[in-house]
Design a protein around this ligand. Sequence first.
Ligand SMILES: Nc1ncnc2c1ncn2[C@@H]1O[C@H](COP(=O)(O)OP(=O)(O)O)[C@@H](O)[C@H]1O
Ligand SMILES: [Mg+2]
Length: 164
Amino acid sequence: MPGHSPVPRPAQPGNPPGPGQPQPLDSGTLALAALPTSPFWVRRYTRSFLDSCPGMNEDTAETAELLVSELVTNAVRFAGNPTRTLRYSERANASLISLSIRHFRDGLLIEVYDTDSNPPTRSHTDDYAESGRGLMLVDALSKEWSYFFPPGGGKVVYCFLEIR
Ligand SMILES: Nc1ncnc2c1ncn2[C@@H]1O[C@H](COP(=O)(O)OP(=O)(O)O)[C@@H](O)[C@H]1O
Ligand SMILES: [Mg+2]
C-alpha cells in the first residue's frame, strides 16, 4: 500500500520506542490472563484509553475496538487457558496476553502479545468457511498488519490504523 509517512516500527508491548523512532502522543498497555473474558476487558480498556486521547474521533475509536477484539480473541483462542481446567490456585501461572496502543498523529499502533510461537496464519487443518474472517477484517481495516517474535518467546501481532 502506498504510504506517505513510515509506519512506526513495533516494539514489544510495553517497551518505549527506540532512539530515532517517532514518539507517540499517548500510549497505554494492559496485561491480563488469557481467558475467554479477556476480549471484553481489552475492549473496555481500549475505549477508555481512546476517550482520554485528545482529539480522538469516534470512527477511529470504534474501528480500534474491533481490531483489538479480533486480535485478542485470537490470542486467547490460540494461546489461552482452558477455563474449565484452570483452578483458582493455578491462575497465577496462567498464560498472559498484553495489549499496547500507541497514538500517533496519523494513526494508532495496536500490538497484542501472546505466549504461543506459531505465526497468525491459517493452517490447512482449520481450512473451513467460518475460519479466517478475523484477520481478513484486520487486513481490510488497517493500513498494515504483521507479526514478530520477541526475544523472550511468544509473538506479537500488530496493526496500524490510520487516522483520517
Ligand atoms: N494469535 C494467534 N496465534 C496463533 N495462530 C493464530 C493467531 N491468530 C490467528 N491465528 C491463525 O490464523 C487463523 C486465522 O485467524 P482468524 O482470521 O482470526 O480466524 P479464526 O479466528 O476464525 O480462526 C486462525 O485459525 C489460526 O490458525
Ligand atoms: Mg479470529
